[in-house]
Structure formats: C-alpha cells, structure tokens
Design a binder for this molecule. Structure first.
Ligand code: C5P
Ligand code: ZN
Length: 495
C-alpha cells in the first residue's frame, strides 16, 4: 500500500509563508551572534509538542556545541518568569510557549537586559514585539497555525535555518504536530513541507491504511473495540462483537494462544479487513474516512509504541504529564534507557486515564446527590475534579470526554483540577466535528472568562487552558455558565 491521497486544505499564501520564513532566518542569524561561552537557558512546554520541540532543540544545541540548561514546565506563569529572571543567565530560549506570556517575559527578562528567543505557535496576545526579544510565530505573519505548523515545527525550521543538516530531525516535528492534533487525514502548510523532509531523510514512511489507534501494540480485536475516533457500528464498544466481526470476515483473531495484531495480517487479510470496516460504516457520512495516511517511523521496531507516530505522540504526552519529560525527550533522540522509562510511563498514563474516567463516571452518578463536581447545563458541561485528577491530566480528560459519543456536538467541556500553590488548572474543549469547532475560538472565550477572575488563559482555536486562583473557582464557574449560555443564544440566533 503506497501513495497517500491527502485532503486539499487551505494554506498560508506564498507571501505569508515567505514572511514567516524570513522571521525564522532572522532568528537563526541573531542566535548565531550569541557567544559560545554563554549557557542558553531553555524552557519548553510539557505536552507532546513541547517535548518534541525540546528534542529537536537539544539535539541542535549539542550539534552547535552550545551549553544549555533545560526546564519543562506545564505553564509559564509569572512565578516561573520571576524565578528565571533571578538566575544569572543572559540568554533565554522558549519553545511551544512564550507567545501567550510575551508581556511577562518582557517585564521580567527583557527589561533586565536579558535576550529572549520565543519559538511558538500559540495565539498572540496584545503584546508581541519588543526590543531585544526575538519572536517567531506564524500568527505574526497572518498564518492561522492550528493545522499548519506546531511548536515543534517552528523549532524544526529554526534548527534547519541554523544548519541544513538538522533536516534529519523533521520526523520529530511531525510527532509534535500529531500531538497537537494538527494532522487531519494528511498534513497541510508547513507541516506538509516538513513531511517531505522527513521522507527525504528516510525517517518516516507514509502508508495508506486503517487509521486505528494502537495497531502496533494492541491485539486487533481490541483496536476495533476501542476505535472511538472512527466508530465502527456494531463493533466499537464491544470486545465480543469485535471478535465476531473478524471471524465473519474470515480473519482469525488468534494465532495459537496469542491474539493477533493488525501488523500480523497478510496483505489479503488487510484488504478484507479494510473493505469489511468500510462496509460496516456504510451508514456514516464518510464511511471510508477511516482509511487514510498512517505515519510509520521506519527506524523503530515493528510492534513498538514508538513505531506509529500517533502512538509516539501519546507516549510523549504520558512522559510530559507524569513528570518524566526527560525520558520522553531521550526517547525521541534514541536513548535506550529513556525509551524503557518512557514505555513504563506510558503504562502509568493509561492507568491515570482510566482512573480519571472512573472518577468522572462515579461523580456523574452521584450528581444530584449533592456532588458539585459536575454541572450539566444546556450545551455546557463543567467538571470540577478538584484533587481527584492531576492538573497535568485534566486537559487529557477534557479531550477524551469531548470526543466521546456521550456529548452532543457543540457542547463546551470545561474541566478544572487543583494545581500547586493554590492555583486551579482549567482546560476547555468543544465536542463534535471539526466544522462545529471552527465556529468558536476557545482561547478567546476562555481568556474572556478567566480574566474576569484575574486568571491567565491561552491556547488554540480548538483547545484552550487557563490558570486561576483556587479561591476564585466558584466565581469562575458562575461567570463561565453565564458567558457560555449567552454565546449559545447568540449562536442559535446567528444560525
Ligand atoms: O492544558 P491544556 O491541554 O488544556 O491546554 C490547551 C492549550 O492551552 C495548550 O496549547 C496550552 O499551551 C494552552 N494553555 C495556555 N495557558 C494556560 C494553560 C494552557 O496557553 N494557562
Ligand atoms: Zn503546541
């Protein structure tokens, strides 16, 4: 199976792309001016995109013979900025964050004569330029980057501008983009260019196949049972139905005593499976959208969670969110020990997800019995997990729930969990198809709500996060309910 058909997607105009690339080259030129004796103080974000960015930059700095000191943070808060400012470094580099905190970095770092480089793709805020600060962000060239380039992509282009040899890191940028949900049955814009680099360097192979999660690692019937992104009616959700379905297609789910994986099937069986799955989805609007490009990291072993780029992104998310960021970065860079630790962390992550979902289901059952944990308004769900879910996992919970079939399309999902120092972390997602999602800018909405209680928010069109003082939780929830109800009414009037 070869030749991937990719969806036509709107991309930045050549002028915008050129303008953006110019800022990347200017940043590389200014970076080269930093004396080699300087240690670069480097900070990146903890999600898959942030860790992919870090892997690219770390390898680049090593190749450039640069000394560096790296921290991975869940949020770039004012406290973090103050701490960084108190350190004796003079040159600071931020990836996959910094744009949303531009004002803070200006106030605490730049104003003290420190030089600041930001390589980011988050939405820009009121402040975005200042003397002594190098800011690379596609939004500054008018490019809406929620699909076209990730933080790791910006880091990669910077790295390649420093030295063309770094094009062998392109596949890591794609893992970051996939982690940020930028891949949509194909890549667009700069991501597509980066994919060409990754293919040219022999690191990635794109095949056309069933876009099912976990094909490298899970038994085939389990993969079908859990196919929530592309549900298969009568199969997804039931283990026995999945086994039955395979048997009806003439595909044995077992070989000897062990379950078979999709990677164990013969070409003939693969065709039977693909046809059977599409037929089973025939009532869907797009039955064959389950078939599309699959990104294989060629240098990784068959059957490893590192081989499928989507599974790799999940592994990185696991590492970042469970305080094992260096294992994730090391895994990207091929370090054996880090890989082992990252794989163990992936198992822990699955347990955390399952515990969070169990907590949610129990809280939902108790609703009405006085539990204030879940509020279900019309088209708005607010989940306050307090200490029951890690603040680093609350975004993952919101994402999973927003994709589940229990939420009608267009439902706003807001989730809260307690973070350190009396702060509460908030994540916001929207349930439903991409067409629904395009209508709202979640970052704008969450910023409007969070700012009313003195909080800070940021993110993308389709995924936003915020941090507020825990004592403001109730007030935040009340404002959010009113604000979102109002947006619903406006939406209904407009449509
Ligand atoms: O943490 P979560 O996955 O909900 O974050 C969604 C998006 O919002 C991410 O891109 C993250 O960088 C951004 N965010 C932010 N400021 C925060 C929290 C999250 O910009 N305080
Ligand atoms: Zn990102």
């Amino acid at each position: 199976m070869e030749a991937v058909s990719e969806k036509k997607v709107q991309t930045a105009s050549p002028e915008m792309a050129e303008k953006f690339k110019q800022t990347v080259h200017d940043a590389a030129r200014r970076f080269r001016q930093i004396p080699e004796s300087e240690t670069i103080r480097y900070v990146s974000h903890l999600d898959a995109d942030g860790l992919s960015s870090a892997a690219i930059i770390v390898r680049t700095l090593i190749r450039e013979n640069r000394k560096y000191c790296l921290s991975i943070v869940p949020q770039l808060t004012e406290e973090v900025a103050v701490q960084l400012a108190a350190e004796s470094y003079t040159c600071y580099l931020f990836t996959d964050l910094g744009t949303g905190q531009f004002g803070l970095l200006k106030k605490h770092l730049s104003a003290r004569g420190k030089s600041v480089f930001i390589l980011d793709h988050h939405h820009i805020q009121d402040e975005f330029e200042a003397e002594g600060m190098v800011h690379v962000n596609p939004h500054l060239a008018g490019i809406e980057s929620s699909r076209e380039i990730s933080g790791a992509g910006v880091s990669y282009l910077f790295s390649k501008a420093l030295d063309g040899k770094n094009s062998d890191l392109a596949h890591i940028a794609l893992v970051g983009a996939i982690g940020d949900m930028q891949e949509d049955r194909g890549f667009s814009g700069f991501n597509r260019e980066i994919l060409e680099d990754a293919k040219a360097s022999g690191m990635i192979k794109v095949i056309t196949g069933l876009r099912l999660f976990g094909v490298q690692t899970k038994p085939l019937h389990k993969v079908l049972e859990y196919s929530s992104e592309y549900p298969i009616p009568g199969v997804t959700g039931s283990e026995s139905a999945a086994i039955q379905f395979l048997l009806q297609l003439g595909i044995l789910p077992k070989a000897g005593n062990g379950w078979r994986k999709l990677t164990d099937l013969t070409d003939e069986e693969l065709v039977k499976l693909a046809t059977g799955v599409v037929m089973q989805r025939i009532e869907n609007k797009e039955p064959d959208e389950i078939i599309g490009p699959v990104y294989i990291l060629k240098h990784e072993a068959e059957g490893s969670p590192l081989r499928d780029a989507k599974e790799f992104a999940t592994l990185l998310n696991a590492c970042g969110r469970l305080d094992k960021a260096s294992a994730g970065i090391g895994a990207c860079l091929g370090d054996g020990k880090c890989r082992e630790e990252a794989l163990r962390t992936l198992d822990d992550y699955k347990h955390h997800i399952s515990n969070s979902l169990t907590w949610y289901e129990n809280a939902l059952k108790q609703k009405g019995a006085g539990s204030g944990a879940i509020i279900l308004d019309n088209g708005v769900t607010i989940i306050n997990a307090e200490e029951n879910v890690l603040p680093t996992m609350i975004g993952t919970l919101a994402s999973i729930l927003s994709k589940s079939r229990n939420f009608s399309p267009g439902t706003f999902v807001l989730s809260l969990a307690r973070a350190e120092d009396n702060f509460t972390k908030i994540s916001m997602r929207l349930a439903g198809e991409k067409s629904v999602k395009g209508r709202f800018n979640l970052t704008e909405m969450l910023t409007a709500i969070a700012e009313r209680v003195g909080g800070q928010a940021g993110g993308h069109h389709e995924a936003a996060g915020a941090l507020i003082k825990t004592e403001k939780e109730e007030e935040f929830i009340a404002i959010a309910r009113e604000y979102l109800a109002q947006r619903r009414i406006e939406e209904r009037v407009a449509s």
